[in-house]
Design a binder for this molecule. Structure first.
Ligand code: 0RA
Length: 645
């Protein structure tokens, strides 16, 4: 240690005027890390990997690299190795220090110094690998180039010494960056394999032909996967719809590489009712869409309407809408934009207005051409679209009747709802409770000032298997929608939300978790903004009551039980009760274990990975029985955890 810090001091002492600005820059990153990488929690921790991999992806985009290997190392370090040209090992002409050091210490230097046009601007990725360096206890760069291997090591962004030639290479070229995040900066330091795997799978879809290998070296038995998809986004759509029934054999795959904004679209229709959309700008997921998505939708509606007008009428008397046109559609749009502007709170929405008209005309023309050459495809699609329109019109008539009746009878709120007295949504909570008997205990045990109870009778309809009008026709769903107040789907209005927290409270058994899954599926499909804004929670009723002498204690899972039991000295004096369901608890017990904000445990649900969540929901809740049976066998208890990590 002493030697190392001597070295560090020397390196610092050597710094000339221009290097001092570099140091100040990196110091700024360490003082306000969240400004550069978004946060210092688990997301920020993973952001470091995205930054490093982005540099190798740039080398692949430039056509010099086709394999990137990422390893999670013991001690939660990460090593990213590519087979690109390797960072130049000469002295940088302008900076008068090694190019490796420039890349690793200059803010926003990114990988290359030419104007790399599709590098994403600040806010998402693209803050530069120097930020990763500044936030790492240790970072080692190893370059293979010109037949030599050259290394340089850094600590908290500061070089531990100049680059060193460590010998002959095996003739290959490439760059390897190994780093260990600073645990005084990050609140979480453990990498999650699945989070990394999901992003690299996505990247492999978006960069067809690029191979990405992820290996977990933290465990004795190394886990490893390689992602490579020659079919690109077309394979992405196939992956998303793996458990659905397609209307035609191949996804429609349109590639426009040479326009002002390189653009790629894959789309496929299935016999379901959901619309599934994934959009990317410069390989970054724009979860909230934006102008590229608007352009896509406008073009799709226009082109399909055009073909519809040319079709003979027959039974198709319905008026089709753009929603009908997207029922059962899974699509991916990926575009490259040199100066992207990202909007919204989380900067996940493309704002450049010129992109909407570009996509509308470029993609529209290509799609029209495709349908002219493939009349069978447009015929199948139009058939589906007209059926959607007819069903919607029938549902609309039925709903108008039902709605009038509802409003007259109860002022819009369901009779089964035991509402709270406060009218300030910010402090109100809605408990959705399984069964009338647990509903009764919950009503007596709640704080009626701010806690409302809605009991559900049995299971709600599986929304994955039903069309929208059938979903809305069931009483349980109507009660739920009316109690929450926001409306659903395209009519969703967050400002009408009546409760800040919506808490699903079910028994800790198989039926309970099935009801949880059904409800989460409904929220995911029809009230997604509630999940994204963190309004949906799972109550965590205890599994056991432990009594030692006169002292009582509630335990929430097996692990806690085993731990507490191990600590108890006088085992004869212990009684343990397992709660079979919420109904077994008295109103007081339910209050103090599960409902009282000061004592309870809640799990907040959010969707970390939309593609995976969509796949899991469509598989668990869809038509195809076999994959579901297999999945349930393999993951009996893991399912919900996956969805609320
Ligand atoms: C500067 C210039 C050149 C390549 C790179 C940087 C480079 C950076 C990274 C970071 C990770 N992997 C990388 N691969 C390459 C161009 C070198 C040339 O012209 O030969």
């Amino acid at each position: 240690m002493a030697e190392e810090s001597e070295e560090l001091k020397k390196a610092e002492a050597d710094y000339s005027g221009s290097s001092i600005t570099v140091l100040e820059g990196l110091e700024a990153v360490r003082v306000r890390p969240a400004m550069y990488i978004g946060s210092t929690d688990i997301r920020g921790l993973h952001h470091l990997v995205w930054e490093v991999v982005d540099n190798s992806v740039d080398e692949a985009l430039a056509g010099f690299c086709n394999h990137i290997e990422i390893s999670i190392l013991p001690g939660n370090g990460i090593r990213v190795t590519d087979n690109g040209r390797g960072i130049p090992t000469d002295i940088h002409p302008k900076e008068h220090i090694g190019t490796i050091e420039v890349v690793m210490t200059k803010l926003h230097a990114g990988g290359k110094f030419d104007s790399n046009s599709y590098k994403v601007s600040a806010g998402l990725h693209g803050v530069g690998v120097s930020c990763v360096n500044a936030l790492s206890n240790k970072l080692v760069v190893t370059v293979r180039r010109n037949g030599r291997v050259v290394k340089q090591e850094f600590s908290k962004g500061i070089p531990c010494g100049p680059q060193v030639d460590v010998g002959e290479s095996d003739g290959t070229t490439g760059t390897s960056v190994e780093f260990y995040p600073d645990d005084t900066i990050f609140s979480e330091t453990v990498y999650v394999y699945d989070t990394l795997a999901t992003r690299f799978r996505e990247l492999a879809f978006l960069m067809s032909g690029l191979r990405l290998t992820l290996t977990d070296e933290r465990t004795e038995e190394k886990r490893s996967e390689t992602f490579c998809y020659p079919g690109g986004v077309s394979e992405f759509v196939r992956y998303v719809d793996e458990h659905r029934t397609p209307l035609f054999n191949e996804p429609i795959h349109l590639v426009l590489p040479d326009g002002q904004y390189p653009l790629e679209v894959a789309m496929w229709y299935n016999d379901g009712y959901q619309e599934n959309f994934f959009s990317f700008v410069n390989n970054v997921n724009t979860y909230d869409g934006g102008t590229h998505v608007t352009g896509f939708k406008t073009a799709l509606t226009r082109v399909i309407n055009k073909f519809a007008a040319e079709m003979p009428k027959g039974k198709k008397e319905a008026q089709i809408t753009s929603d009908d046109i997207r029922e059962g559609l899974t699509a991916v749009i990926a575009i490259k934009v040199s100066q992207p502007q990202f909007e919204g709170q989380t900067k996940r929405k493309l704002g450049n207005s010129e992109i909407a008209s570009y996509v509308n005309s470029a993609f529209g023309a290509k799609l029209e051409e495709f349908f002219q050459e493939n009349p069978a495809a447009i015929k199948v699609i139009l058939d589906k679209v007209y059926n959607a329109a007819l069903a919607r019109e029938a549902a609309h008539r039925a709903r108008n009747l039902a709605r009038r009746k509802n409003v007259l009878e109860s002022g819009g709120l369901p009779g089964k709802l035991a509402d709270c007295s406060s009218r300030d949504p910010k402090e109100c909570e809605l408990f959705i409770v399984e069964g009338d008997s647990a509903g009764g205990s919950a009503k007596s045990g709640r704080n009626r000032e701010f806690q409302a109870i809605l009991p559900l009778r049995g299971k709600i309809l599986n929304v994955e298997k039903a069309s929208l009008h059938r979903v809305l026709d069931t009483e349980e769903i109507q009660n739920l929608v009316n109690a929450i107040g926001t409306g659903i789907g395209t009519e969703f209005k967050m400002e009408k939300l009546r409760y800040d927290k919506i808490i699903i409270m079910t028994d800790a058994d198989v039926d309970g978790s099935h009801i949880q899954t059904l409800l989460l599926t409904f929220f995911f499909r029809y009230m997604r903004p509630l999940i994204d804004a963190g309004h949906i929670f799972l109550a965590m009723p205890p599994l056991y009551k432990l009594k030692v002498g006169q002292k009582e204690r509630y335990l929430f899972d097996e692990v806690e039980k085993d731990k507490v039991m191990a600590e108890v000295e006088d085992k004869k004096n212990v009684t343990i009760n397992r709660f079979k369901g919420l109904g077994e608890m008295s109103a007081d017990q339910l209050n103090e274990t599960t409902m009282d904000p000061k004592l309870r445990l809640l799990k907040q649900c959010y969707v970390e990975d939309a593609v995976l969540a969509d796949q899991i929901f469509s598989m668990l809740m869809g038509e195809d029985v076999e994959p579901r049976r297999k999945f349930i066998e393999n993951n009996a208890y893991k399912v919900l955890n996956d969805l609320d990590v």
